[in-house]
Design a protein around this ligand. Structure first.
Ligand SMILES: NC(=O)C1=CN([C@@H]2O[C@H](COP(=O)(O)OP(=O)(O)OC[C@H]3O[C@@H](n4cnc5c(N)ncnc54)[C@H](OP(=O)(O)O)[C@@H]3O)[C@@H](O)[C@H]2O)C=CC1
Ligand SMILES: O=C(O)[C@@H]1CCC=N1
Length: 270
């Protein structure tokens, strides 16, 4: 089995590094290509045994499975290069939601799938999303579940649900960081003696411990809010202020990502 990765930017580099470090792929099973030679060279040097391909077509000819780790807008150019060399013996994996499985199935005879990773897989944690096209075999499904299972908790979902689910898992680290940062900043405005980095560390520690508490006890979000809210206490007052805004806020955030994705999909040169 040879697995190729085209695009050694943030996500391509992260996936290759995490999969090899987790032992999910042996270095000699991995072939990488990126537009800028220096980038693929740097990744290959950091992972001895990983091979470089000197073009997309070189990679496709040498691989059984190919991950397209380029931005949606670059997918057209990559496909224009590699599509003539893709056969039904290839598993083609896209890692964004803008490019649909139907687009790939129309343009290639490959078995196609979608894997939505997350930056938290840098530390081999967090959720990933898996979506399988109809041509995928049991072997393809098992392969992707095994690979992503080594560095994340994979969730197999329907393509129609990916945008919203990926707001939770792949945009999620950014959205949560934005909310956490705002919480720490609000505390610093009220407590001038509290250094910003201390406030941010307090939020991080509390977030990590809250998740661990829920994992270990089985508490839901509602249970956790109830446990913290002493009747007549301050948490309930704070939650009442939050509830006025927070539901609508997240609806707006998810509407914004969906609208942006729809525009980008229209603009795809595929
Ligand atoms: N960032 C995140 O947290 C997540 C990102 N994704 C998805 O991952 C994908 C990649 O994102 P990200 O890694 O952040 O983007 P980057 O811009 O960091 O990386 C994209 C890479 O694609 C390479 N590339 C572009 N065109 C070609 C080509 N024709 N041939 C070979 N390589 C090419 C570029 O190569 P070079 O630099 O060598 O010129 C670049 O390094 C996107 O589709 C994104 O939606 C999915 C989940 C989470
Ligand atoms: O911001 C983006 O478009 C990518 C996809 C999900 C996370 N990062």
């Amino acid at each position: 089995m040879r697995v190729g990765f085209i695009g050694m930017g943030n996500m391509g580099r992260l996936l290759v590094t995490a999969l090899v470090r987790a032992g999910a792929l042996r270095p000699d099973e991995v072939i990488i290509h990126s537009r800028t030679a220096e980038k693929r060279r740097r990744v290959a040097e950091s992972l001895p045994g990983v091979q470089q391909a000197y073009s997309g077509t070189d990679l496709v000819r040498r691989c059984d499975a190919v991950f397209l780790c380029v931005k949606p807008g670059d997918t057209g150019a990559v496909l224009a290069e590699i599509a003539p060399y893709i056969t039904r013996d290839h598993l083609l994996v896209v890692i964004n939601n803008t490019v649909t499985l139907a687009m790939l199935e129309e343009r290639t005879p490959a078995r196609v799938a979608k894997v939505i990773p997350s930056v938290v897989q840098t530390v081999a944690r967090g959720a990933s999303l898996l979506i399988f096209g109809e041509r995928c075999t049991h072997g393809d499904r098992a392969l992707l579940v095994r690979l992503m299972g080594a560095i994340s908790r994979p969730h197999v979902i329907a393509e129609a649900d990916v945008r919203a689910a990926s707001d939770l898992t792949s945009c999620g680290p950014a959205f949560l960081s934005c909310a956490f940062q705002a919480l720490a900043e609000a505390a610093c405005r009220r407590a001038p003696g509290l250094p910003r980095e201390v406030a941010e560390a307090m939020v991080r520690e509390t977030a990590r411990a809250t998740c661990e508490l829920m994992e270990q006890t089985g508490y839901s979000f509602a249970d956790t809010m109830q446990r913290v809210s002493t009747p007549g206490g301050v948490t309930a007052a704070g939650l009442a202020a939050m509830r006025e805004r927070v539901g609508g806020l997240w609806d707006q955030v998810l509407a914004a990502t969906a609208a942006h994705e729809a525009v980008k999909r229209e603009q795809l040169d595929l």
